[in-house]
Design a protein around this ligand. Sequence first.
Ligand code: EPU
Length: 338
Amino acid sequence: MNIQSNFSLKAYNTFGIDAKASYFLEINSIEDLRKAFQLDTYPKKFIISGGSNMLITQHIDALVLHINIKGIEVVQETDEEVILKIMAGENWHQMVMYTLDKGYGGLENMSLIPGNTGTAPIQNIGAYGVELKDIFVRCEAMDVETQTLKTFTKEDCKFGYRDSIFKNEVKGKYVITSVTLQLTKRNHKKNTSYGAIEAKLKENNIIDPSIKDISNAVIAIRQEKLPDPKVLGNSGSFFKNPVLDRENFTSFIEKNPHAPFYKISESEYKIPAGWLIEQCGFKGKRFDDAGVHKNQALVLVNHGNATGEEILKLAFRIIKEVKEVFGIDIVPEVNIIK
Ligand code: EPU
């Protein structure tokens, strides 16, 4: 086992934070993972996968296990549908491109999301009207105490908006090793109702889009709005969009009649945190190397050498300001490692 010490995690988190881990080990198989958890010499273990949804704010005094388990396999197939088992270390976007090249539908709206497949269930990733739960069948995860594999069905996962059982009841108790998804081979359920997709397809004169056209539209929209982590460190949306009950929503919209919102149900309304943050004047602002992206205020960025602490300080400043101006609490979506 090639355990490295005092290892920089800069290349392993999309914020590009130059924090170090006491020890680091690459995990290439389920067997590697099992053996790693049995290493008593390193009592504290810490899992890192795509590193796309975390803000590291200090040295990680643990054995960091980097999940790099690869493989995609067809587990069931009919003329209509295919069920794929994808190992946790597969890069999400490359996997989406693979499915589209095969003509499988279901993931096109979730093109170009950074990170690895194994972490997608933790926060039920979603974009442009589709969430992981819409095509999710089950996932397998290793119990860190017993090193046995357990299957979690869709119901077991208790998916919500950027939420699942893995963020709550079983947090830290399992490491997801594979994800099984159900995709269509024909009669694809295309979802183009999201405003930005409709506009992009229209701009390109596409009336009856293929799944590849939808993917291309999503990629173009994301490239316009969201910074490429390879160029500018970031973790996608830093905050969740707050959900207001009817009463709070009514008083909010009376005071802010031009605010965008999504009606979730008769009693729940989601307000784009990016809009709230922009109204507070933060869009494009920079405080040393910690900043707010110029095209999407929901995204915090590392202009080069920001520390996790500096990004976190900016996040707290934004939370406070949004609360003062709108009376609304916004909460981070990314996992803050303290
Ligand atoms: N808006 C502003 N100013 C901004 C940003 C947004 O006024 O700086 C307004 C937009 O004009 C629009 C509304 O807010 O009216 C929504 O913006 P957008 O379509 O960019 O989506 P979002 O609600 O900000 C969510 C997800 C994204 C996902 C997009 C598209 C969350 C926390 N974020 O963002 O997910 O790509 O919808 O579906 O739900 C991520 O989780 O990392 C992520 C990027």
